[in-house]
Structures are given as C-alpha cells and as structure tokens.
Design a protein around this ligand. Structure first.
Ligand code: NDP
Length: 274
C-alpha cells in the first residue's frame, strides 16, 4: 500500500473495461483528495480472501461489480438499509474493524433521472425489464419517489414475482414475464437486463413503449446500446443510456468514503461528449 495515498478500487471479474478509475480520478482532483483508485480483477472463489487482505493492508474502500455484489453483501459486517433491501453491495468501506456495505446503484439512477434528465417519477407508471442485481438496487429508491406502479418484467416469471414480493411492503410493485406485457403502457421504461452487453434487446412488445416519455438503458457503451437503438426505432422521443447512473453511483460512493460530494457535471460533460 502507498503510505501517502488512501487506496480505493473496483473489484470484479472482468473489470478491464471499467471507467471507474477515470471517474474517481476526476472526483479526487476536483476535491483535492489524496487517494488512488485501481482495478482488481478477482475471480469469485478468491473474492472474500482478497477483500479481507486488501482491508488488512490498509485499503479504505472498494466498489464491487459483477459477479461479486451478493458475496459482498454476505461479507460486510454492517449493511446500510438500502443495501440490506437490495441484498447486494456495490460499495465496501473499511474503517478499522468496521466493514460497511452500501448499495449506491439505485440512488445513482434516481439522481440521473431526477437531477440530470429532469424526469418525473412521481405518479408515473414504470416498467423495469430484468430481475437481477441492478433492478433489485433500483426498486427501493424509485418507490421512494411515489410512482403509480412499478412493474418488473423478467425472462423468468418466478424471479420477477419473487423480486416484486420482496418490495411489495414498500409500495405498488408487480412482477410479470416479459411476454405478459400486453397489459398496458408505461411512462418510463428501464432496461435493467444485461441484454445490451451482447447486443440483444429484451423481448418486450413495442406497444409497451408507445406512450413512454423515456426509455432508459442501465447499460452504457461508446455508441448507442442495442436497447437505445431499438427504442428510437420504435419512435420513443427520448432514449438514454446509463452513463449518468454510472457517474452518480460513483459520486455517492465517493461521498461515503471521503465525506465530500463531488460535482458530477464536469465528468458527465467529459464522458457524454467523448
Ligand atoms: P445481473 O446479471 O444481476 O442481471 C441481469 C438480468 O438481465 C437478469 O434478470 C437476466 O435474466 C436478464 N437478462 C440477461 N439477458 C437477457 C435477455 N437477452 N433478455 C431478457 N433478459 C435478459 O446483472 P445486473 O443486474 O448487475 O446488471 C444489469 C445491467 O445493468 C447490465 O447491463 C449492467 O451493465 C447495468 N448496470 C449499470 C449500472 C450503471 O451504473 N449504469 C450499474 C449496475 C448495472 P435471468 O434472471 O433470466 O438470467
């Protein structure tokens, strides 16, 4: 470990494609923080030992990505309420004996929707495609904004229903299969599947986005993602990919670690114009 600089990083498998070192580097320079942020490519079977060793050697925090988010929730000794609800951790903080797990994905999505894109969630009908970790992180923060209803549509009906049941005590959430979607129209359609990563689009009927003011792909790429391209082809007036969510979830983690909130505007302008 570097004595002068506090060490942070991203742990996942794979991680080489990640923009997180760039984003946290911009935040650190902007806020004058003496820290480093590196990538840690670690397979699932080595995750726990690696994290504990990183913490024992003085590491201060790790972002966590695929496939370790659930394992990080099991490893953390304390969970924030939003991480507990999500059952997944994307941010670990090491403070002496404390090993705190948080989940900043949903807050990042909400900040991007509300503050950057000026999208109203309150009293809107929302469709989330996909029932994996990112969907799980997003539902609680979205429900806090009082939508009329959130429908979770998954390839697996059982998984979508189980996810909806977990959040039903917090608000109106329904689970259904992707091809059940003839049941209505939505104001906001969020793609929380990993389909875009392979150039695919979840098999939802185009009718569900006929009245959507926004289609949002959590995935992000240098060009338009498959879902953004598809939504535009269907005539959606606004189709956006998840760069803003990526930057905002990073800002939440940075604030948790350093106690100072970075201005996300400069890094957003850099990444969105690049
Ligand atoms: P998971 O692997 O936990 O979940 C992926 C989900 O996508 C599963 O429900 C899976 O279905 C579904 N899925 C995969 N392929 C298809 C397909 N072709 N059609 C329909 N459903 C499909 O991944 P995450 O939830 O962690 O990530 C989901 C997406 O969100 C990824 O693209 C990721 O990059 C993005 N993400 C973006 C973030 C950001 O900051 N912008 C933060 C976190 C995630 P099944 O359950 O049947 O396997």
């Amino acid at each position: 470990m570097n004595d002068a600089l506090d060490e942070y990083g991203l742990i996942g498998h794979p991680v080489a494609h990640s923009w997180s070192p760039f984003i946290h580097g911009v935040f650190a320079r902007q806020t004058g923080q003496a820290m480093t942020y590196r990538l840690h490519d670690v397979p699932a079977e080595q995750f726990e030992a690696y994290v504990l060793d990183f913490a024992a050697r003085g590491g201060r925090g790790l972002n966590v990505t695929v496939p370790h988010k659930m394992a990080a929730a099991r490893l953390a000794r304390e969970l924030t309420p939003r991480a507990q609800r999500a059952g997944a951790v994307n941010t670990l903080s090491f403070m002496g004996e404390r090993l705190l797990g948080d989940n900043t994905d949903g807050a990042g999505l909400v900040r991007d929707l509300r503050d950057n894109l000026d999208v109203t969630v309150t009293r809107r009908r929302i469709l989330i495609c996909g029932a994996g970790g990112a969907a799980r992180g997003a539902i609680g923060p979205l429900l806090e904004l009082d939508p009329v209803e959130i429908v979770i549509a998954g390839r697996s009906l059982e998984r979508a229903r189980a996810l909806a049941a977990d959040f039903a005590p917090l608000g109106p959430v329904l689970g259904c299969a992707l091809d059940d979607l003839l049941l209505g129209h939505f104001d906001i359609v969020i793609n929380a599947t990993s389909a875009s990563l392979t150039g695919a689009v979840p098999a939802i009927p185009a009718t569900v986005i006929e009245s959507a003011a926004l289609c949002y792909d959590m995935a992000y790429a240098r060009g338009a993602t498959a879902f953004v391209t598809w939504a535009r082809e269907q005539g959606c007036p606004r189709a956006v990919q998840g760069w803003g969510m990526l930057i905002e979830q990073a800002a939440e983690a940075f604030e948790l670690w350093r106690g100072i909130r970075p201005d996300t505007g400069p890094v957003r302008r850099l990444l969105l114009t690049a």
